[in-house]
Unconditional design. Structure first.
Lengths: 261, 51
């Protein structure tokens, strides 16, 4: 193809690619994300209300653990979310490092505080579940320790990001740390198989069937979907705030503030 | 053994953590928005003074 022909007929980009390019614009992303946040919160609240009602008033007590097993409806969704948040952060971190998209850097860095919150909630709820079940709040068991390492990784990413003044350099350094830390994810997942742990093995499997009764499983699935919407709403809110902070002097931010969006 | 304090503690602490994580970016946004408003006002005032 000659240069003249290329100029006359520029290669057509498909709609998805164009949309992704558009999302890379901070002003467009800010408006786009803002549309989803209220819906995500609403879905989270509705699903949490249904899940919690079932967990506390419909599901019977466990025949071995009694009432304490109800902590599972917080502990397990939070634990899954703590790992998924890290996966999302690492994938976004990789994209940010390779393609240097500022919005993606901001999204990756916004995952860390939410992921850390879920990890802390997992550890605390698990500890309070462990006392009546195992007779102890904490053991240096492979699953518990690797989940604690996950919390430290999140804190490390947050700390490194805050330690460097230039926002883009800070994001790149923290994205690199996030990528390196991803090695901990299979360790958490397989810890109960690789080592002899006090923490129980998986009761739920996507492929091999679940050992948990369906009456107990449904509220758990509802709660785990609910926390995904919490994560989505929180992530987008944080990303929008970081964009405002970084683009303080840009005209689109002034327009946003004047219009009260 | 009464399990109620453990269940209440887990959900109570979990709720506080998740509530704070949800509220903190909103508080930050409020502060940044106020700063930007102040900045716009200052710039407008200095613009008026020049003209």
């Amino acid at each position: 193809m000659t240069i003249e022909k290329t100029i006359d007929n520029p290669p057509r980009k498909n709609a998805l690619v164009l949309f992704i390019h558009k999302l890379g614009s901070p002003a467009y992303f800010y408006t786009f994300a803002g549309r989803f946040i209220p819906w995500f919160w609403a879905i989270f609240l509705v699903l949490t209300a249904i899940g919690m009602y079932q967990a506390f008033f419909v599901v019977p007590a466990d025949y071995q653990q009694g009432q304490s097993f109800r902590i599972m409806y917080l502990h397990v969704p939070a634990a899954w979310m703590s790992m998924l948040a890290y996966v999302i952060m690492a994938v976004l971190g990789f994209i940010a490092l390779v393609w240097r998209i500022r919005v993606v850097e901001i999204l990756a860095m916004s995952c860390a505080p939410v992921g850390a919150a879920f990890t802390a909630a997992t550890l605390i709820a698990g500890s309070l579940w462990g006392r009546p079940t195992w007779g102890t709040y904490w053991v240096w068991d492979a699953r518990l320790t690797s989940e604690l390492v996950l919390l430290f990784l999140y804190l490390g990413v947050i700390g490194l990001h805050n330690a460097i003044d230039e926002p883009r350099k800070a994001a790149r350094a923290a994205c690199l740390l996030a990528l390196v830390g991803a090695v901990n994810l299979p360790i958490i997942h397989y810890s109960v198989k690789w080592w002899n742990t006090l923490h129980q093995g998986s009761s739920i499997s996507l492929l091999g069937g679940s050992s948990i009764d369906s009456s107990m499983l449904w509220p758990l699935l509802i709660m785990s979907i609910a926390v995904k919407f919490y994560f989505g709403a929180n992530l987008l809110t944080r990303a929008r705030v970081r964009l405002l902070e970084q683009d303080l002097r840009k005209s689109w931010v002034r327009d946003v503030v004047r219009e009260g969006r | 053994m009464d399990h109620t304090p453990f269940i209440a503690g887990a959900y109570g602490i979990g709720a506080v953590i998740l509530l704070w994580t949800a509220l903190s970016p909103l508080l930050r946004k409020k502060k940044i928005t106020q700063d930007i408003r102040r900045l716009i006002e200052l710039e407008e005032r200095s613009g008026d003074a020049k003209t």
